[in-house]
Design a protein around this ligand. Structure first.
Ligand code: ADP
Length: 319
């Protein structure tokens, strides 16, 4: 049928009338068919065509009155997406375990050193305990981010509680939350709100988390005396809400700009780690945006800074 021809890439060469055994490009298909017809038994295998992965099942077809095999039915299912998800899942588990193992190994090292040296001077002991606490905090950050990720990714989207949320108020609250962090990092932190209320249908915790992650990054990846600004305005054309977080920090190389939204991807591993990063923050941002039918975009120049723009659909009755 048409779907099979499309899947096998036969749409250009007319296939009807051609025997499957004549399709020289697909030895797997021929072997399966021969096995099924020869042994009167169903057979199954994966067939890889260009970028596609097909699961092929061949089932014998019996005559009406006797048990003779008179043919076979071939069912092909496109498994490309499923295999890709499976690979992503495996990568994710491998990455997450690796991220968790690093602080665990460090904590184990510190604790063993302390246990091995009962006469350790109190100042050294205190240093080891401080370093242990830092690693425990890191473990806690990773686990908390993993929980958030599973809550907000597309599979967990059902757990969001949406209600009308006024964004000026939300941004004002986030601004106040981060003011101390900005002072500590000696960052000039400012906000620009919209003159009129802006309502979206959203999950308050999710939206707050999204803004918090963007502000944390803007502060984290800026030098002292840098500037960070959060602003809210309406898109003139679409009426959507535009939340922008702009920093004058280190910027993001062009080749990394797409990838930083991936789980555990960091431009500078050491810097992220030193700043308490997990590599999951932006991936959580992306999932929260998607769960609100929004988008997140980035413009950035090395040594000049970055702007993350979140666009969210507004509630029509509040426009
Ligand atoms: P992390 O916990 O490492 O900050 P994120 O997912 O929040 O993880 O960000 C991924 C990476 O993107 C960071 O490690 C950093 O390299 C880069 N990044 C994110 N935000 C900024 C920013 N405002 N300026 C420069 N680099 C940034």
């Amino acid at each position: 049928n048409d779907s099979a021809r499309l899947m096998l890439g036969l749409d250009k060469t007319p296939a009807p009338g051609r025997r499957i055994q004549q399709l020289d490009d697909y030895p797997v298909l021929k072997a399966l068919l021969d096995r099924c017809l020869g042994e009167s038994e169903a057979a199954e295998d994966m067939l890889s065509i260009a970028e596609q992965m097909l699961k092929v099942s061949v089932v014998p077809l019996y005559g009406e009155h006797n048990k003779l095999v008179i043919g076979a039915i071939i069912v092909m299912q496109d498994f490309t997406e499923r295999m890709r998800y499976e690979e992503m899942r495996r990568d994710f588990v491998a990455n997450a375990s690796h991220e968790l193992k690093t602080p665990i190994a460090a904590i184990r090292g510190f604790v063993e050193t302390i246990l091995d040296d009962p006469d350790m001077p109190p100042t050294t002991l205190s240093q080891f305990l401080t370093r242990t606490r830092k690693q425990v905090e890191r473990l806690n950050n990773i686990v908390q981010d993993l929980i958030d990720l599973s809550r907000f990714d597309s599979g967990g989207g059902g757990t969001l509680v949406k209600q009308p949320v006024e964004l000026n108020a939300l941004i004002q609250a986030s601004f106040e939350d981060k003011a101390d962090d900005a002072v500590r990092a000696r960052i000039v932190f400012s906000k620009r709100l919209n003159a009129r209320p802006v309502y979206v249908s959203g999950d308050v915790d999710g939206l707050r988390q999204m803004i918090s992650n963007l502000l944390d990054n803007a502060i984290k990846y800026s030098e002292a005396d840098g500037r960070v600004e959060i602003s809210l305005e309406l898109d003139q054309d679409t009426g959507g809400a535009l939340i922008r977080v702009t920093d004058s920090g280190m910027g993001i190389p062009r080749e990394d700009q797409q990838r930083i939204f991936e789980r555990f991807y960091r431009v500078d591993r050491a810097r992220s780690r030193d700043a308490g990063g997990t590599g999951l923050g932006l991936s959580i941002v992306k999932h929260i945006c998607q769960a609100h039918d929004g988008t997140v975009e980035l413009t950035s120049r090395i040594d000049h800074g970055s702007t993350f723009t979140v666009t969210l659909p507004t509630l029509p009755e509040h426009r």
